[in-house]
Structures are given as C-alpha cells and as structure tokens.
Ligand binder design. Structure first.
Ligand code: DX5
Ligand code: ZN
Length: 219
C-alpha cells in the first residue's frame, strides 16, 4: 500500500481551509508543501506556503512533507522548521559543494526531521548513490520542478525502477517518493516502478471526490 502526499500548490487561498478539512477526511497521508523561491525555479510560493503551514498546524495533525525548490537551502529550512514538518526534502542540484550538501542533510536530521533528497528529471541516480545511507527519502521528480499540472515525463519511471532495484539489492532503509503529473490514470505505472510515496496535486485537487480518488490511488 503506497502513501499519498497531496500537493497544495494548486489550491487557491480562499479554498485552502475547506480543502484541508476535506483532504484530512479523505485520509491523505501527508500534505505536500511546494516551496519555490523564484531563484531555483521561476515562481515564488514562499509567503503562501508559510500561510498554509500556519493553517495546517492549527487544523490537523497530518504530517507535512516540505519540498524545498530553493537555492538558499538553509534559510528556508529555518523558515519552515517552526511548522514541525515530518519531512524536509532538498534538491541535489541546489548544491555545488558535496560537503555543504552533507552538512545540510545532517542539519535537518539534527532538528528531528526526516530528510529527503530530490533529483530533477535530468539528474542521474548515480549522482546520489553515495548519500543514500544518510537520507530517509529520495524524491524523484517526474516533471521539471517549478509548476503544478504538468504531464508526467515517462522516462523518469526508469529512474525509479533503477533506484528501487538498487535500494532492494543494498537492503537500504529508504522510501522512494515520486512527484509531478501523477494522476489516477498513471499512478499504477508509478507504483509498479517502485515508488512508495506518491505526490499528487492536480490529480487529486481537480477531482470531485477526494475520498474516492485517494482510496483508488492507494489500492
Ligand atoms: C512541482 C511540484 C509538484 C507539483 C505536483 O514543482 O514539486 O509537487 O506541484 O503537482 P501536480 O500533481 O499537479 O503535478
Ligand atoms: Zn513537490
């Protein structure tokens, strides 16, 4: 059974409270918080995602899965730590220096938070094999980060398959999370590739019945 992390990126401010309640009732396993700084990716969602985390902290205990698409990683870790995220995921491509990446991964763990590393579609898994021992989650982007509502890039499923095979062979204690363009029509392909946490935004938020769609995606 996979877990579902529903992205709130596409939820408008005037619908957010109602949507949080409905997604909580529909038993989403996580709320996926897409933080974009306008530098690492074009759009800037920081202020809105901070506001949504504030609501979430007051409304629900469902864990927060924070996805930092930012260049100044440490700054945004510190901005979101007060909202007690369960997971903070940072991008491999945001670091030029491997040691700085390792220190930042440690910093997240020292703050009692699970740590994820995310790779863009064009980043090969070979770049991160040496850090798999020290992360909890690998977030494989199945779209180019920066926007919701994009089409899943099919070649990224091979990366998930490759990574899943490696993790099983090495008996690593890691969860593979897939993010971007995932909906009821392609979720089985993503699951069969080996993803254990599925991020979906448009695929869930645009549906009439959150309970039904989340239940179907989990099956
Ligand atoms: C894209 C984000 C994804 C995206 C998911 O940069 O990281 O989480 O918002 O939304 P959909 O499911 O609409 O692609
Ligand atoms: Zn995301």
């Amino acid at each position: 059974m996979v877990e579902i992390s529903t992205s709130l990126l596409g939820v408008k401010k005037d619908n957010i409270i109602k949507t949080i309640y409905n997604l909580e009732t529909a038993k989403t396993d996580y709320f996926h918080i897409d933080v974009m700084d306008g530098v690492f990716v074009k759009d800037n969602t920081v202020e809105r995602m901070v506001e949504y985390c504030d609501y979430l902290n007051n409304i629900t205990n469902i864990p927060l899965d924070v996805h930092l698409m930012v260049s100044d990683v440490r700054k945004y870790i510190d901005l979101f730590l007060p909202y007690n995220p369960n997971i903070i995921t940072i991008h491999y491509e945001a670091f030029k220096d491997k040691n700085k990446l390792l220190d930042t991964l440690d910093y997240i763990k020292l703050n009692n938070c699970k740590v994820g590393i995310s790779i863009k579609p064009n980043t090969d898994i070979s770049e991160i094999l040496d850090i798999l021992e020290i992360v909890h989650i690998v977030l494989v982007m199945t779209v180019e980060p920066g926007k919701g509502g994009q089409k899943l890039i099919n070649t990224t499923l091979n990366k998930i398959k490759q990574l899943s095979k490696y993790v099983k062979e090495k008996n690593l204690d890691i969860l593979i999370e897939a993010d971007g363009g995932i909906n009821i029509d392609n979720v089985n392909d993503v699951k069969e590739s080996g993803a254990e946490i599925i991020v979906s935004g448009t695929g869930i938020i645009s549906s009439e019945n959150y309970d039904e769609i989340i239940k179907k995606m989990k099956e």
